[in-house]
Design a binder for this molecule. Structure first.
Ligand SMILES: C[S@@+](CC[C@H](N)C(=O)[O-])C[C@H]1O[C@@H](n2cnc3c(N)ncnc32)[C@H](O)[C@@H]1O
Length: 263
């Protein structure tokens, strides 16, 4: 089995398991987002943080006309957010998980959902006005292949807008959902990778504090409150926070950014 196949198999197993955890849905305010979000001092909960993150990413798209591709759309909550701005028939969304797409089709009716990998886009050249990818490019084998595929299917002048996570080299090697091939040591290297892949006007913003760190504190407080109120057992508390705690030594940067295909 290739490295890409083994990562995709792991991801399918892992995310499909997460989809079935009732406390995860409640944590996300009964929405189907699956990301850290963007927190301000007024943000009340995780769902609001996820909506803020979409708002932040949409700022990178000055002209919101035409069509858009949602890459790694999860259970379609990011896609449903796009449907507030775009007509459903101007939105295409892809994911490798058939199970997640079952939820997505309910969340964003009328959207063209397809099972597809981000690194092997089955679209013709110059097809999309813009592409968005929320908290997923670190899974792709490789991120660089995705950048090149996205550039190919973007129309000239179109933008790739995304948020992404950089982890330590040790974590990139150790974690089953990631690959060492995607290791980048800082945000300058990230910008360089986008530029070397053919993008111009690249903007990369460090939002580690507003995203990962604030999400971490909120998740810790949320699940402890559930435990102290007797709603979950100690075992469930540990199980739900294990992925969050395990990221602490591994996280380097959470970034948002965009790049434009030359006109
Ligand atoms: C952290 S979730 C983010 C989901 C959604 N964008 C959101 O913010 O709610 C990562 C998503 O990436 C998807 N994914 C991972 N590798 C992929 C690939 N190679 N191609 C397409 N989707 C992929 C997973 O199935 C999962 O839905």
């Amino acid at each position: 089995m290739s490295e890409a196949e083994s990562i995709e198999n792991y991801i399918l197993q892992r995310y499909d398991q997460l989809c079935n955890w009732q406390e995860v849905g409640s944590y996300y305010g009964d929405s189907d987002f699956l990301n850290f979000g963007y927190w301000t001092k007024d943000t009340r909960d995780q769902k609001e943080a996820c909506e803020n993150l979409m708002e932040q990413l949409m700022y990178y798209i000055p002209d919101k006309s035409g069509n858009i591709l949602d890459v790694a759309c999860g259970k379609g909550e990011t896609t449903a957010y796009l449907a507030r701005t775009y007509q459903a028939d101007n939105i295409t969304a892809i994911n490798i998980s058939e199970n997640q797409l079952v939820f997505a089709k309910k969340n964003a009716p009328g959207v063209n959902f397809q099972i597809m990998s981000a690194t092997d886009l089955k679209f013709e050249d110059n097809h999309f006005d813009n592409i968005i990818c929320v908290e997923a490019a670190f899974h792709f084998c490789t991120r660089e292949d995705f950048f090149k595929e996205a550039l190919r299917v973007l129309k000239p002048g179109g933008r790739l807008v995304l948020c992404d996570v950089l982890m330590t080299l040790d974590a990139e090697r150790r974690r089953e959902s990631r690959t060492e091939k995607n290791y980048l040591d800082d945000l300058q290297s990230y910008r360089q990778l986008m530029e070397n892949s053919g993008y111009q006007n690249v903007e990369i913003d460090d939002i580690t504090e507003q995203s990962w760190r604030q999400h971490y504190w909120y998740a810790v407080k949320y699940f402890h409150a559930q435990f102290l109120a007797g709603k979950i057992s100690e075992d469930v508390l540990i199980e739900r926070l294990r992925p969050t705690y395990s990221r602490v030594p591994d996280m380097m940067y959470y970034l948002k950014g965009a790049g434009q295909k030359p006109a």
